[in-house]
Design a protein around this ligand. Sequence first.
Ligand code: AMP
Ligand code: MG
Length: 436
Amino acid sequence: MSARSDPPRLRNDCFALPPGVAWTPVEEALAALRARCACVAGEETVPLAAAAGRILAAPVAALRPNPPRANSAVDGWAFAQTSLTGADPERLVRRPGRAAPGADGPDVPAGAALRILTGAALPAGADTVVLDEDVGLTTDEVRLRPGLRLGANVRPAGEDAAAGDALLEAGRILSPGDLALAAAGGHAALPVRRRLRVAVLSTGDELADPPPSADAGPGPGAPAQAVMDANRPMLAALSSAWGFETLDLGRVEDRRDAVTEALDRGARLADAILTSGGASAGDEDHVSAALAEAGALGQWRIAMKPGRPLALGVWNGAAVFGLPGNPVAAFVCALVFARPALLALAGAGWREPAARRVPAAFAKRRKRGRREYLRARLTPQGAAEVFPSEGSGRISGLAWATGLVELPDDGPDVTPGDPVRWLPFSAFGLSGSGAI
Ligand code: AMP
Ligand code: MG
């Protein structure tokens, strides 16, 4: 089950944006990313039992028809429809024996009927089945009303799929239903993409990991004033939820050599690196500085809130998503930009979330020229309410929300009852997220 050789990695300058672009609208940024992200994951073959959630690497066709033979959809009596005469009642000779699933019955001569169970192959001579409830039985006769059509209560061979029919297209994220279809089509194993490896890194002198236990106190690694590293567990959980193999690169200080060493490590181990913090153009923004020095940076100033600075680069072949440090901005940018790009790198193709329109349960004045994502959830009436604070550091809003409201770049002010775009977290591939 070793992975076949991977497609080429990304070119260093692949995320460079045309010069002179000041604020890139979200749609333009997404289109640019989409054009740059191709699959980098090779193929491997896995048994069906291990294939759920994996990305299908090649189209799958049926190796055999499903069902393999015509069979009965009900418990009843099988006969040849030409045996019917139009008399009321129709009278057929009761044939001894029966047909059961996995145990074929005897032939059915003209004018006779044979007991048949649901799922049993139709015996030779029979093409129609009458339901148990619709017959009258004597010791030697089966009686029924006239008028049953040819093929009634029969599932024809290949009704679901004929041998050679296309079943599943490449790029699908395999669902339980997909696995049932592949098994019915005769497949014991499927070609899938090797899992994309995604490494997660936090940057910032002010950060520390939470102490291992409440009794441990702040400890030397976690001085009382330290900001707890909230992004790393969050981004790692997102990566895992999206089906990627997630690696923890830890946390580094705001020093160029520490950042470059971590990026080197990430590029050796992973296909993509999600960093947070240090992505702007300031003195301590060492992620963007390191990428810029390597000539591999696209400093994307995106016209959206929360978010803005997104440092996209390629480091020794690994795609680097330099997300903002603010947890809310990091989260939203990961959902909006990193997810579709990572799925494209992984071989699932570009995927954007499906939105639904719901009435707003809030009012909001808009600033033109930027898209906004608000932490939101639905009221019992199905309207979108938003978290009271838009502060990008208000992590509690991430736990409170069950989705995002997306307000268009140049949309009008919102008043209660206006339709707004609702993007539940499930539309971003996150099941069971948020309050219930
Ligand atoms: P930066 O983008 O590095 O300027 O960080 C912006 C803000 O986000 C600062 O207040 C940081 O302390 C905060 N921040 C950065 N990284 C993290 C993190 N991993 N967890 C929590 N807060 C962070
Ligand atoms: Mg920082």
